[in-house]
Design a protein around this ligand. Structure first.
Ligand code: ASP
Ligand code: MG
Length: 439
């Protein structure tokens, strides 16, 4: 059994949903199909939640109506028969009635998560209605019946696996299952989610839970590119990469694959394929355990990075200093990305600035701190071990024209990261692209 996950753009138009139908009915391997919300829907639901949080019911209502109108013109293009159209009408009515009821009650975080869940519920129900109309047998699975997270918002893989296997065992003769990405139940049995972009994570967790043969992530580009095609010319899709390389890249290429979605597939050794719904015959990118190719495979960049230089003469020859520093970031649940150290200073980067002020205040009690905003991490990923002589050298050479704020190398054999001011990003990426890949 394999997993096929389709993102928002793959289901965002009626004709695309028909393409998805074609793709899931090819071949005879049974499959669990994981769908995102139609593109734009989750953003719109977020804005409804924000309007309600700001007690602006008027704005919330107008956004609900706008979204409602979108679905009302979506389904008649998706479906042909009156029976199917009536069913779709009912589905849409139910979910928009729910949203409208929320206008009347007092808003809280749990309600907000309920709002966010409507997108995937709508997309999967409408898609299932299409399959019914075409008499394609498929079982509709509610993610709420098996996807769960614990009190730390971590997925409960073992429980997910037990529940899902039990559900599948009830349908021994079925071969197509449809379910929602992103949404789940939390430890209080409330509706929750796996955070924005979390449908990929659902797919990978489901793949791990049933030890699937593969996990296909269908998007609107033909795989992971070796550089950002929006910034650099002449990029190309990477045919094959290892889980480790993909993990390094996913943080940067979050647009194509949610970073958390690597570990479940990796742990259960399920190959992940990144494929293009619009170009199904394209090779895409295959991510698996053992990949023989060496050398630089990809370059990626992440903006919005803040570097913090933490300096203290007490660090010299002391132990426990780094722990003290890291504990502050831990206390404020702020992940650190890059780290570089000298004898008397350590520089770290973060991208979540929500607690920056508190962090700086606490660090300031025992160190001097300097902050550089608007930085970009450029990450060069590949299997560099057998070439380590050349790898770091060619990166440095290529960046000779640009001031580099931090360099991190040796943390893993798959990554060299450099930090530059964001104003140099485009040129730096272009230069690395020219120098590191042979065409
Ligand atoms: N619909 C959710 C989002 O837009 C989850 C996903 O599509 O991955 O974030
Ligand atoms: Mg996505």
């Amino acid at each position: 059994m394999k997993i096929m996950k389709f993102g928002g753009t793959s289901v965002g138009r009626p004709e695309r949903m028909h393409q998805v139908k074609d793709l899931i009915t090819r071949g005879d391997e049974s499959k669990i199909v994981v769908l995102s919300a139609l593109s734009g829907t989750t953003n719109s639901l977020v804005s409804i939640g924000e309007a309600l949080a700001a007690a602006d019911k008027f704005l919330a209502k107008s956004r609900i109506d706008e979204l409602h109108a979108h679905y009302n013109q979506f389904y008649p293009q998706l479906l042909k028969s009156d029976v199917a159209k009536e069913k779709a009408q009912e589905i849409i009515k139910e979910h928009f009635e729910f949203l409208n009821i929320l206008l009347k009650i007092s808003f809280n975080e749990a309600i907000n998560r309920d709002i966010l869940a409507q997108g995937e519920l709508l997309s999967t129900k409408l898609f299932h209605t299409l399959l019914e109309e075409l008499e394609i047998p498929a079982v509709f699975l509610s993610a709420f019946d098996f996807m769960s997270i614990d009190e730390n918002a971590e997925p409960e893989l073992q429980k997910i696996s037990d529940r899902l296997k039990a559900i599948l065992a009830q349908h021994p003769d079925d071969s197509i299952f449809i379910t929602q990405g992103f949404i789940c139940k939390n430890h209080l049995n409330e509706v929750d989610n796996l955070k924005r972009g979390g449908s990929d994570y659902t797919a990978s967790l489901v793949a791990a839970a049933i030890q699937a043969t593969s996990c296909e992530i269908w998007t609107d580009i033909d795989g992971m590119h070796n550089n950002d095609p929006r910034i650099v010319d002449k990029t190309r899709p990477i045919a094959e990469m290892s889980f480790d390389e993909a993990a390094e890249l996913a943080y940067f290429g979050a647009k194509i694959l949610h970073p958390a979605s690597i570990w479940p597939a990796q742990q259960f050794n399920v190959p992940v394929k990144l494929l293009n719904t619009m170009k199904p015959e394209a090779q895409g990118t295959l991510i698996k355990a053992d990949v023989a190719t060496v050398g630089v495979k990809a370059i990626a960049a992440k903006d919005g990075i803040t570097a913090i230089k933490i300096k203290s003469s007490r660090m010299l020859l002391a132990y426990g200093f780094l722990r003290k520093v890291f504990e502050i970031f831990e206390k404020y649940k702020t992940p650190i990305d890059m780290i570089t150290t000298s004898e008397v200073a350590v520089s770290v980067t973060i991208d979540d600035l929500s607690h920056l002020e508190h962090i700086l205040e606490e660090l300031g009690t025992f160190c001097s701190v300097e902050v550089d905003r608007d930085q970009t991490i450029i990450c060069i990923v590949g299997n560099m071990v057998s070439e380590s002589k050349g790898a770091i050298q060619s990166v440095i050479d290529s960046l000779i024209e640009y001031p580099v704020r931090m360099v991190s190398f040796g943390g893993s054999r798959h990554n060299v990261s450099v930090l530059v001011d964001s104003k140099f990003k485009k040129e730096a990426l272009q230069s690395l692209n020219q120098d590191l890949f042979s065409w």
